[in-house]
Design a protein around this ligand. Structure first.
Ligand code: PLP
Length: 396
């Protein structure tokens, strides 16, 4: 019998190694307040306490911090007599009419037969990939796809064939070489990549899907609510009808919580029957579902200038940063610095100076591409971008 070893010793040594490598993750004591974040760090922390401009939020349109929107919603919600939540899975007692209302609304705006709400984007991706494919099948995925997609495919036991980021020649050559060896196949990509801030060409992916007889699944987590009049990049690129399943989250630009997929009736019914993260988990609280619907109707799909403001802030700051190693084209602006330690030090300095910009480190991104991930939101002003730039240029 093998020596069973000391489990706690193993965990503790592993954590120490992470600390040495500037990779140790810690939950911070913070509160979001509009475009600011209130940081209450302990005195031992390298980071200062105080009110900082928040350049690390996914609340791209400032919806979650819009107090008047929140108050209007709560007034309506409380007077509607709706419950806060139903502690049950959807297939048991957990389907209130608000779920159907939101799903029908989403199916309509995505021009798909059906939509299905998942508890989060993570649940969504894990449920979709683990149920639609198995060990006879294959998934061709962009190398930079989100961890939740990779975890879903791993659970399915399908073969994973990564292609070079946004390189559709590489994808074509891999499809040519391997597609024939498997039964079902999926091409999987994000539309707006969360760590590089760049954008997929959905029509090129759809051409390959048609040529090689695969499904095409696009994750619009970071673009839903902003691009394509709020519907996302598939809509912006006129490719909605060419994509089999679109997944998007409510926990970013919509300022709420949860996620959904939109697609054909067959695919959605299949997920209801086989996606274990949908079947075996308590449903989202009604209040989150209702807020997602409210935010979509009252803000996202109205031409109220929020998206335009975000795009112009993005052009402005990108132009200022053009001489640095900056990636992508969207309101996610990654400034690549190299080693983990450099990104951590630079982030700590920015925090000390009042700018909450977090480092993204290996293994979340490739080795030696650790970066500052600046994300903008439409609640900010050009002055805020100027101040960040002035501080940043003294550090990098
Ligand atoms: N997909 C992508 C591309 C993401 O960036 C994320 C979250 O960061 C998710 C899925 C997971 O979404 P959620 O946070 O709702 O679990």
């Amino acid at each position: 019998m093998k020596n069973s070893g000391n489990c706690l010793e193993f965990y503790s040594e592993t954590l120490e190694a992470l600390k040495k490598n500037s990779s140790f993750r810690q939950i911070k004591n913070i509160v979001q307040d509009g475009k600011y974040i209130i940081l209450n760090e302990s005195q031992n922390s390298a980071a200062a306490s105080g009110k900082l401009l928040n350049f690390s939020s996914n609340d791209y349109l400032g919806i979650s911090s819009d107090k008047s929107l929140r108050d209007t919603f709560l007034k309506e919600y409380l007077s509607s007599g709706n419950k806060i939540s139903t502690p049950s899975a959807r297939l048991l007692c957990g389907t209130d009419s608000i779920y159907k209302e939101l799903e029908d609304f989403l199916a309509k705006i995505f021009n798909k037969e059906k939509a299905l709400i998942f508890n989060s984007g993570y649940h969504g991706n894990v449920g979709v990939y683990s149920s639609l494919i198995n060990s006879d099948d294959v998934v061709f995925l962009d190398k930079l796809n989100h961890a939740s997609i990779i975890d879903g495919v791993r659970l399915s036991k399908a073969q994973i064939i990564p292609y070079k980021h946004l390189d559709y020649d590489d994808l074509r050559s891999k499809l040519t070489k391997y597609r024939k060896n498997y039964k079902k196949a999926i091409i999987s990509s994000e539309s707006l990549f969360s760590m590089d801030g760049d954008i997929a060409d959905i029509n090129k992916l759809a051409d390959l899907k048609e040529e090689f007889n695969t499904l095409l699944i696009i994750d619009e987590a970071h673009s839903f609510g902003v691009y394509g009049d709020g519907i996302g990049i598939c809509k912006e690129q006129n490719a909605l009808h060419r994509v089999d399943l679109i997944l998007a989250t409510f926990g970013k630009a919509i300022g709420s919580y949860g996620a959904f997929v939109a697609g054909s009736e067959v695919l959605i019914n299949y997920l209801v029957n086989f996606a274990r993260s949908f079947i075996f988990s308590t449903t989202l609280p009604e209040i989150s579902v209702a807020f997602s619907l409210f935010a979509l109707r009252e803000q996202i799909l109205k031409d109220n200038g929020l998206q335009k403001k975000l795009f112009s802030l993005n052009r402005y700051l990108r132009n200022k940063l053009k001489d640095y190693n900056i990636l992508g084209e969207s309101y996610i602006l990654p400034v690549v610095l190299g080693e983990n330690e450099r990104a951590v030090q630079c982030s700590n300095k920015l925090i000390e100076n009042g700018f909450y910009v977090l480092p993204i480190r290996y293994p979340t991104v490739a080795k030696n591409t650790a970066r500052l991930r600046i994300s903008l939101n439409s609640g900010m002003d050009f002055d805020d971008a100027d101040m960040l730039f002035e501080c940043l240029k003294t550090l990098i």
